[in-house]
Design a protein. Structure first.
Length: 294
C-alpha cells in the first residue's frame, strides 16, 4: 500500500516547485517533506523528484502524482458525506486542468467560479496554447483540458464546446499607416503583427485561410490576451483577438477589422479523464454551461 501522506508531499513539491514551499502548503517542515519523499522513493525503488529550481518529477514521480490527483478527486466527493474522514478544512480536492489563455481570459473562469462555489473544491489551472493543452493530459499532469484537439487522448472522453471566434484587429491609425492601399499579401508581409508566443499560429492561420499564403511579417511578442488587445489599440501591430475581448473596442471604433467579416473559428473541446468522479462531472457541466453562454 502507498503512503498517501508521502504522495501528498510529492504532489506538493511538484505543484509548488520546491520543498520549502511544499512544506508551507502542507504545514510541516521541509525536513518532513524530504523524509516522506525519500521513504516513498525507497518503497517504489525509483527517484521521484529531480532536485532543482524548480523541482521536477521524474516519469515515475509524474505517474504517482497522476494517481494522487485521481484519488484526491474521489476522496473529495466523500468529504461532503463523511466529513469525519478528514480534519476540518482538509477535505478539499484540487483538480488540475489545462486551458488556453484566450479561453481563460474570456469565459473559462466563469466555469471555475461556478464549480468552486457549488462544490467547495479547488482548481489548479495550467495555461498553454489550445493546440498543446492535450499534451498535459498525455503526460498525466492534469485531469482535464480545454483543447482544439477532437481526437480523444488515451483514457479520456471528449465533449464539444463550440468555437471561439477570432477577428484580425488593428487600430484605425495602424490601418491608415500600413494598409492605406488595402490588405493584401504584399502589405501583410510588411506590416508588424503580434504573436502570443512561439506556439501561436492564429495569425498565420488567418492569413492562410483568407489569403492562401504563408507569410512571415515582422512580429512583436505579447504573451497576454488582454495585452494583445491593448497592443492592437496602441498600434504595436495587428493580431487575432477573440470576439469577447474586443467587442467594446470594436463598438467604440478603437479597433477595426483588417478585413470585415473575415473570421477565424477555432473549435474547442473538453477532454477529461474517464475516472468515475462526480467532481470531474460537476466541473465538466460547469465548463459546458460557461462555453454555451459565452
Amino acid at each position: 500500500m502507498l503512503d498517501y501522506a508521502a504522495l501528498a508531499a510529492l504532489a506538493a513539491v511538484v505543484r509548488e516547485g520546491s520543498f520549502e514551499r511544499a512544506a508551507l502548503a502542507l504545514h510541516v517542515t521541509p525536513s518532513a517533506v524530504s523524509q516522506r519523499i525519500k521513504a516513498l522513493e525507497e518503497k517504489v525503488g525509483a527517484v521521484l523528484v529531480r532536485r532543482g529550481q524548480p523541482a521536477e518529477p521524474t516519469p515515475q514521480g509524474r505517474a504517482l502524482c497522476r494517481h494522487f490527483d485521481a484519488v484526491s478527486a474521489l476522496e473529495g466527493e466523500l468529504a461532503a458525506d463523511l466529513p469525519g474522514l478528514s480534519p476540518e478544512g482538509e477535505g478539499r480536492a484540487t483538480i488540475p486542468v489545462a486551458v488556453n489563455a484566450d479561453s481563460l481570459d474570456s469565459w473559462f473562469l466563469t466555469a471555475v467560479a461556478d464549480f468552486s462555489q457549488k462544490t467547495g473544491h479547488l482548481v489548479e489551472i495550467k495555461v498553454d496554447d489550445q493546440d498543446h493543452t492535450a499534451e498535459w493530459l498525455r503526460r498525466g499532469e492534469v485531469l482535464a483540458a480545454v483543447t482544439s484537439q477532437e481526437k480523444p487522448v488515451q483514457g479520456c472522453r471528449v465533449k464539444p464546446l463550440g468555437s471561439l471566434t477570432y477577428r484580425a484587429n488593428a487600430s484605425p491609425d495602424f490601418m491608415a499607416q500600413h494598409f492605406a492601399d488595402g490588405v493584401t499579401p504584399e502589405t501583410l508581409a510588411l506590416a508588424p503583427s503580434l504573436a502570443f508566443n512561439r506556439k501561436d499560429r492564429l495569425q498565420s492561420q488567418w492569413m492562410q485561410r483568407h489569403f492562401g499564403a504563408e507569410l512571415t511579417p515582422p512580429l512583436n511578442w505579447v504573451p497576454s490576451p488582454q495585452g494583445f488587445v491593448i497592443a492592437c489599440r496602441l498600434g504595436l501591430g495587428w493580431g487575432c483577438n477573440p470576439d469577447m475581448l474586443v467587442a467594446e473596442a470594436m463598438a467604440n471604433g478603437r479597433l477595426v477589422e483588417l478585413v470585415p467579416g473575415a473570421i477565424l473559428d477555432i473549435p474547442l473541446f473538453w477532454q477529461v479523464s474517464r475516472l468515475q468522479s462526480g467532481l470531474l462531472t460537476a466541473l465538466g457541466e460547469a465548463v459546458a454551461r460557461a462555453a454555451e453562454g459565452r
